[in-house]
Design a protein around this ligand. Sequence first.
Ligand code: SAH
Ligand code: TYD
Length: 405
Amino acid sequence: MCRCLICETQIKSFMSFGRMPLGNGFLAPENYSKEYFFDMDAAFCEKCKMFQLTQQPDEEQMFHENYAFFSGTSVFMAKHFQEFAEDVIKNYLQSDPFVVELGSNDGIMLKNFADRGIRHLGVEPSNNVAEAARKKGIECITEFFNEDLAEKIVKEKGQADAFLAANVMCHIPYLHSVVKGIATLLKPNGIVMFEDPYLGDVFQKTSYDQIYDEHTFLFSATSIQYLFGVHGLELIDVIHQETHGGSMRYVLSHKGARAVSDGVKNQLDFEKSFKLDQSASYLQFKQNCERSREELVALLKDLKSQGKRVAGYGATSKSTTILNYCGIGPDLIEYISDTTPIKQGKYTPGAHIPVKPYDEFKGNYPDYAVLFAWNHAKEIMAKEQDFLHSGGKWIVFVPKVEVLD
Ligand code: SAH
Ligand code: TYD
């Protein structure tokens, strides 16, 4: 038993994924002996409806000067954030606006504000990615956001017209401090827009690889409405996104400051009809995960027995959950190809599969490639036509385990 991170109700794990390393903890063999593991268990709170991990590593262990995830590795995501920023600029900024982004990483979103001379601030604790943003002319501070930092920003720079975040709110266990900080930072008529992987998509697609150390929570409109409501902020719109395999953009303002769209009620109704608010659904999800695991392992073992060469495509943090939960190592997957320099030459967390530069894949296609970066399938499949033409086949596991040729 433990206490819900949001409403402090006693909750109990409904599923254990076993011992897990850090999702982005790519490492060299000399560091295997001191590799960090934690028990990754998921729980659901029946009161506030929040899906959460029962424990997670310290934030300094995950986000630091050698953080492995650079947002700019996907062209599709750069376009997505350009459109996101353009929506904010067109619809929500007043005169002499100020925009704050949480988890601004290498500046993929803020670049669009900086290039237009709009006053902005990125809050980004991982200094290597923050440094990449600064090189593009983006202002950012190397800090973890919380209520104290919000007060400091208000004193030094004033309140914000827009508070933005993508794929970071769900990372932060102390969300009450963060949301309190947002309420302090936001102008009376300001707007909050953030997006994260959506619990409904994870359930529909059995995409359990969205569950890893950094993802303390998987949100729904129901749980977000509860959490922000505690701090006087109101959910005024929800906009479903294709990104990261199905995300939700939540739009909020101070309570009563703006009109609430019909979309909010529709989404809350959907979540009820889809039974996202009921414990039984979580047990069903667990069974779906177990079935998916059995099918993937059986397929890989079968291919190995036929002497086929299998590689992975995209050393995602999500793949850490797949590899460790399924017990897949270098015996079943030769290597994983990835375009991120900091990951190359290292080994995947826990499973210790070598991560190789993209040329390794391109220069000598394997028979099969497991698409770990399945959330970028459109972008990847469009540029990897030669792999298929050479007789290569994709293995996907979301929404179900299958071979694509
Ligand atoms: N927004 C980017 C990056 C997401 S990765 C995108 O969508 O691609 C999450 C980022 O949030 C990391 O760069 C991490 O360093 C940062 N982060 C983690 N905890 C944070 C906190 N408390 N405050 C601000 N940023 C945080
Ligand atoms: P991503 O799925 O965006 O995030 P996460 O790590 O949170 O699961 O990670 C995609 C990874 O795949 C990243 O390491 C870059 C890599 N990648 C490629 O190697 N080639 C590509 O064409 C793309 C789009 C990504």
